[in-house]
Unconditional design. Structure first.
Length: 472
């Protein structure tokens, strides 16, 4: 029987929950977090990999939707690219143990159904290929009408595909039917993940706070009600967690990759690989570089008008320490820096982002360190959770897998670096002394160019809230 249903609505902003009557109802009847955050960078597949493993992007080795690995540009939305990455990494796509594997070790099963990219669906349970649960993506793949792992599930579904649903977002209707008619009765997962990719597409094309985005929110809310009602008809005691991978901003500028690359000193142009990631850019070294060379590259990037907060190691003034993003593993991969694009307009409005994909201009985006991109909704509703409780405590993606371990009564593996969200659970509440401590990190390039990063600390964890760069 499904004990936990995790629903991820791609790109749903915390502030948009109020436009969704069902999700609002779910939040009122359960626990909601005012200060929940994405991983950094605030991008889809880094979040998926961290939800799959409970480890930060520096440890999963998925710091972007697109990344550079051993001379290959990997689009993590594509299963074939991920299989290449898996082979480059000696047979493991994500180095840390995953929730899917942990559940399988204890005779439980994780099944993921995703309407986002098939790569995103695979990243949520990469051990499915080896029979640790299953993943089912709704997009065509190879010669099939959809993507599925393991092979036994692919063959079973190829024989009797549910009819495509009608109306807007038919894949989401299809996914709900698939979950109710096939996944729950036949695969009997203990933990079920539904990833909805529709809103992200709509908001990239149309931006946020407009009629098209609002219509999409209403439609997804109706679909969520149908899904959760139908799952609870079959499994009334299911605990439900609803969250997002990242927030969203409206984009006002497009920074072309060629323009970015032209900033790199000519003598270093061949050894630097810039990888665009929407509101952020990853900077890789194609070969081992001297400290002086790295500093010259970072200095050139930081001087650009489009460059916002920059996370990197080194002595260049104005850099933020790499924290959890660029761990030792990332350094071994050649990742030098994560650059958030600037996101303030002249009025200081933080809901304005830049988008970088050359050729394809987006109206909306994410991937920056702005609070708008970093902040996500987190709603927990079900028999294990408190009711009518809104908490100011911080939480992020890394806390969700350990909390699912607690809900399924399994130990939390040491590789998961988040905490159990005990303040959300019944019985017993976190005592009042456990208040988060705020911390600011200030990095000055010069007196007129100051980057400030905001953190909260709670129960041994550091939560990155946002970072701003102000130039006067
Ligand atoms: Zn996303």
């Amino acid at each position: 029987m499904v004990s936990t249903l995790l629903v991820v609505v791609d790109g749903l902003r915390a502030t948009d929950v109020r436009k969704m009557p069902f999700l609002t109802e779910l939040a009122r009847g359960g626990v909601s977090y005012r200060q929940a955050r994405s991983v950094t960078p605030s991008l889809t597949r880094p979040a998926a990999a961290s939800l799959a493993s409970g480890a930060p992007p520096g440890v999963t080795g998925i710091p972007g939707n697109r990344l550079w690995a051993d001379g290959h540009l990997i689009d993590t939305g594509r299963p074939d690219h991920l299989e290449l990455l898996r082979s480059l990494r000696g047979g493991r796509l994500l180095p840390p143990p995953t929730l899917g594997e942990h559940l399988a070790d204890h005779g439980r099963e994780l099944v993921v159904v995703g309407t986002g990219s098939n790569g995103c669906t695979l990243l949520l349970n990469p051990g499915a290929a080896d029979g640790h649960g299953a993943v089912i993506g709704t997009h065509p793949y190879d010669h099939d009408a959809f993507y599925a792992q393991p092979e036994s599930v692919r063959r079973r579904l190829a024989g009797s595909l549910p009819q495509a649903a009608d109306g807007p977002f038919p894949e989401l209707g299809w996914a709900t039917d698939l979950i109710v008619d096939y996944v729950i009765p036949e695969l009997a997962p203990d933990v079920l993940v539904l990833w909805s990719g529709e809103l992200d597409d709509v908001q990239h094309d149309n931006g946020v706070d407009g009629p098209v985005g609002d219509d999409a929110l209403s439609e997804i809310d109706r679909r969520l009600r149908r899904l959760i009602d139908r799952v609870r008809e079959q499994a009334p005691h299911t605990d439900v967690i609803v969250t997002a991978d990242h927030g969203f901003s409206n984009a006002t500028h497009t920074v072309d990759m060629a323009e970015m690359a032209s900033l790199i000193p000519p003598s270093l142009a061949d050894v630097v690989q810039l990888v665009d990631n929407n509101g952020g850019v990853l900077v890789y070294a194609r070969q081992r570089l001297r400290t002086q060379q790295v500093d010259a590259i970072l200095d050139a990037i930081m001087s650009a008008e489009w460059s916002g907060p920059v996370f990197a190691g080194g002595d260049v003034p104005g850099l933020l320490p790499p924290a959890e993003l660029c761990s030792a593993r990332s350094a071994a991969d050649g990742l030098l820096a994560y650059v958030s694009l600037t996101y303030h307009d002249r009025l200081g409005n933080p809901r304005i982002g830049h988008s970088v994909r050359d050729g394809a201009r987006y109206t909306g985006g994410h991937g920056s360190t702005s609070a708008a991109d970093m902040r996500i909704p987190l709603v927990l509703n079900g028999p294990s959770f408190r009711t009518a409780h809104e908490t100011p405590l911080p939480a992020d993606h890394l806390d969700i897998p350990p909390t699912i371990c607690r809900l399924t009564r399994l130990p939390v593996p040491p590789s998961m670096s988040g905490r159990i969200l005990s303040e959300a659970l019944l019985p017993g509440h976190r005592d009042a002394s456990a208040l988060p401590k705020a911390r600011r990190v200030v990095a000055e390039r010069d007196a007129a160019d100051v980057t400030t990063a905001h953190f909260q600390h709670l129960a041994g964890r550091q939560y990155f809230l946002s970072a701003d760069r102000h130039r006067s």
